[in-house]
Design a protein around this ligand. Sequence first.
Ligand SMILES: [Zn+2]
Length: 172
Amino acid sequence: MARSKSDIANSAIRIFLQDVGRYYDTARGFDPFVPKVSQKDELLIFFNHECCYCGAQISRKSISLDHLIAMNKAALGLHAWGNVVPCCHSCNNEKQQKNWEEFLLSKASPDLSSIRKKRIQDFVAAKQYDPNLNLHEFAGNLYEDVGEVAMTLINLRYKQAENGIQQLLKPN
Ligand SMILES: [Zn+2]
């Protein structure tokens, strides 16, 4: 339930990044990432059934999905193949919007984190996700615009409701 202008604007950004992600998947010849069970399995196999950050064993049941580049208005990471990686619940909760390379370094020894970093980079490359994909030009002011339009509409309807209630409450 959206409680404020920023909730509405954040939802708009997420919808935008999901839709663009679906298009990017299709344009690269992939079945759009949902994830379906078979797509989760593909992630588990690529990452050897391990959390891509801390290395904990994960399964179809315990898998958690993280967006390497966060799905927010600053980073504009897509919900698409190559940007979604399998991890454990605890890492997912901890990482949030952090930079994945820095987060990875905090989760493992230098040796292990460089092995894991390589695996993640191989995955991104295998899926041809361009880490420099810059959507700022297209996302532009979507966040601000959606927030403004939504609040304008809400305020308009609010005024109408206020007037309607006033009429109802007037003594005859
Ligand atoms: Zn983990």
